[in-house]
Design a protein around this ligand. Structure first.
Ligand SMILES: C[S@@+](CC[C@H](N)C(=O)[O-])C[C@H]1O[C@@H](n2cnc3c(N)ncnc32)[C@H](O)[C@@H]1O
Length: 248
């Protein structure tokens, strides 16, 4: 079972993974401008987490519906903006609406370690997207890890909130057969253990994801290996894929 202490502690999540300079939001705005020409009237955010992008688009006048399976994330997001937040599984939720844009950012897709879950997610995205609607996904880039070990990922984070000394120490194991990175993270407060995460991220390769998206009726309009949209050699950590639903 995937356990992620940070998902249940959004304030810590925000400190560990800040969106420096609102880079993700800027990236989405650029993609939308390029492939839609204008802001959409409605947008869905699947796996919205803290609701950063949802609330940013809502503040621009877009009608935003955001879904996450984690109650703590949804409660945090609701306190920080005006998008509509729904506590549900993105693989099964029925919103009775189609959207011009769907976002699924920050490794949501990597959480679907089984093909069955992945399939359910993509079918549900497709059923909620308008014809020619835009899907923007971003996740860890499997190609980065080709032929590498993953020691580079090991890290320790210490967050001092109101005098508490919260520390997370991670080790990563590469499971090549299942194309997964497993992270084991020990959390301590003032050296006393409070939680252990066991979390697996599925790795996708760029062309693999193109193929999967095409099989669901999408045309991939751009791929980058970063969220700053700089042309790269696909050794970057963040795979950003933008696609349009052109066939049903
Ligand atoms: C790494 S966070 C990314 C959050 C946000 N999109 C961002 O970029 O900051 C992944 C989020 O996906 C959510 N998630 C994972 N599986 C989900 C599912 N089946 N249905 C809904 N949300 C899910 C988690 O609860 C978590 O909030």
């Amino acid at each position: 079972m995937n356990e992620n202490f940070l998902y249940s502690n959004p304030e810590l999540y925000e400190k560990v993974y800040p969106d420096v300079n609102n880079q993700r939001i800027k990236m989405c705005l650029i993609k939308i401008q390029r492939y839609l020409g204008e802001l959409p009237s409605c947008l869905a955010d699947f796996g919205c987490g803290l609701g950063r992008e949802s609330n940013a688009f809502s503040s621009l006048g877009v009608d935003v519906t955001a879904v996450d399976i984690n109650r703590d994330m949804i409660n945090f997001a609701k306190r920080n903006g005006s998008a509509t937040f729904i506590l549900e599984d993105v693989c099964t939720v029925k919103l009775n609406q189609k959207f011009e844009v769907i976002l699924s950012l920050g490794n949501v897709l990597s959480c679907f370690t089984s093909n069955q879950k992945l399939n359910a997610f993509l079918d549900n995205v497709t059923s909620h997207l308008e014809d020619d609607g835009l899907l923007i996904i971003n996740l860890w880039n499997g190609a980065r890890f080709l032929g590498k070990d993953i020691k580079e990922l090991a890290h320790e984070v210490t967050i001092d909130i109101e005098g508490s000394n919260t520390c997370g120490k991670s080790i990563f194991i590469l499971d090549r057969k299942n194309q997964q990175i497993k992270r084991i993270r020990n959390w301590t407060v003032s050296n006393a253990e409070i939680a252990i995460d066991n979390f697996s991220y599925r790795l996708f390769f760029p062309e693999e994801l193109r193929y999967i998206l095409e099989s669901k009726g999408f045309e991939v309009v751009s791929m980058e290996d970063n969220d700053e949209l700089i042309e790269g050699d696909f050794s970057g950590l963040e795979l950003t894929i933008t696609s349009k639903l052109t066939k049903r």
